[in-house]
Design a protein around this ligand. Structure first.
Ligand SMILES: [Zn+2]
Length: 265
C-alpha cells in the first residue's frame, strides 16, 4: 500500500497521518523560465532569485504557511542530521547562504516550522512520528545513502525516546532503478556497506543499475523500522521530464523540486 498521492496542482503528497503535511513539488505551476521551468525551488542553480522566491511562496501558501516559517538545510551529500526549533525559522528561506550548514537531515517537534530541501534525482526521505509530534526530512543521494544519513536520523529519534514502530517513512520521487546507472567505484561502496544485499544489477562492464529506494528501505528495516511503515513512491525523476527535474537526464542544467514537511494545523 502506498500513501503517496499525485495531485493536479503543484505537488505530490505523502498522506501518512492527519497531523502531518508532507509534499514534494513537481515542476509545474511556477514562474521560472527554461531550463528551470517552471517551479524551481533552488537559489543555487542559476535561476533568478526573484523567481525562486515566488515559487517557494506559492508552494508554502498551498500548504498554509509563509516563507518565514521555512527552514532549509545546506545539503552537502553527507550524513549529518539535527533537530530544528522555532529559533531557526526562516533559515535558508530567502537565500541559500543562511541555510543550516553542513546538514543533510532535519527533524523537528515544532508546530509552524516547515522543513525543506531541494532535489533533482537524490532521494527525499520523509519521516513522521505523529504520536510523538515529530517530523523530519533527509537528503539521500548515493553518498548520503551509503554514509548513513537515515541511520543518523533514526538514532536521534531513538535518543528522543521515540518508539521505532511509530516512525513512518516516505521515500519520495528520485532517480529510479530503471535509470540510475553507477560505476564500479559507487558499487564497491554499496557492497562494503550492504554486502550481498546491495541492490545492484550489472548492465555493461563495470556498470550497474543501483536501486536507492531499496537500499534505503533495507537499511531502515535493519535499524528496526517495520517494513509496513515504509512507503516508496515509485516515481522516477529521470523517466518523467514533464513532471520532474533530473540532474542526470538534464546534464546538470536544471532546477530542483522541493520536499517540504510540517505538522499540519
Ligand atoms: Zn527511470
Amino acid at each position: 500500500m502506498t500513501r503517496w498521492i499525485r495531485h493536479k496542482s503543484r505537488y505530490l503528497s505523502w498522506q501518512v497521518s492527519e497531523g502531518v503535511m508532507a509534499i514534494f513539488t513537481i515542476r509545474q505551476g511556477g514562474v521560472s523560465l527554461s531550463p528551470y521551468d517552471t517551479l524551481n525551488i533552488s537559489f543555487n542553480v542559476g535561476d533568478l532569485p526573484s523567481a525562486v522566491m515566488e515559487n517557494r511562496r506559492r508552494v508554502l501558501a498551498d500548504i498554509g504557511h509563509e516563507l518565514s516559517q521555512l527552514v532549509m538545510a545546506e545539503q552537502v551529500h553527507h550524513n549529518r542530521v539535527a533537530w530544528a526549533t522555532s529559533h531557526e525559522a526562516g533559515a535558508g528561506s530567502i537565500a541559500s547562504t543562511t541555510a543550516l550548514p553542513g546538514l543533510d537531515g532535519l527533524l523537528t517537534h515544532s508546530d509552524n516550522l516547515v522543513l525543506g530541501m531541494g532535489f533533482a534525482d537524490c532521494v527525499p526521505i520523509f519521516i513522521a512520528a505523529p504520536q510523538h509530534h515529530a517530523v523530519g526530512l533527509l537528503h539521500a543521494g548515493w553518498r548520503g545513502t551509503v554514509r548513513g544519513v537515515q541511520r543518523q536520523a533514526i538514532g536521534l529519534l531513538k535518543d528522543d525516546g521515540i518508539d521505532l514502530s511509530q516512525i513512518y517513512i516516505g521515500i519520495g520521487p528520485s532517480i529510479g532503478p530503471c535509470c540510475y546507472e553507477v560505476d564500479e567505484r559507487v558499487a564497491t561502496e554499496f557492497r562494503a556497506q550492504m554486502g550481498e544485499d546491495a541492490p545492484l544489477v550489472a548492465t555493461r562492464a563495470g556498470h550497474y543499475l543501483l536501486d536507492l529506494w531499496e537500499a534505503n528501505r533495507q537499511q531502515l528495516m535493519q535499524l528496526g523500522i517495520p517494513d509496513a511503515n515504509i512507503d516508496i513512491s515509485g516515481w522516477c525523476t529521470a523517466c518523467h521530464g514533464d513532471q520532474f527535474f533530473s540532474y542526470r537526464r538534464d546534464h546538470g542544467r536544471t532546477g530542483r523540486m522541493g520536499g517540504f514537511i510540517c505538522m499540519s494545523k
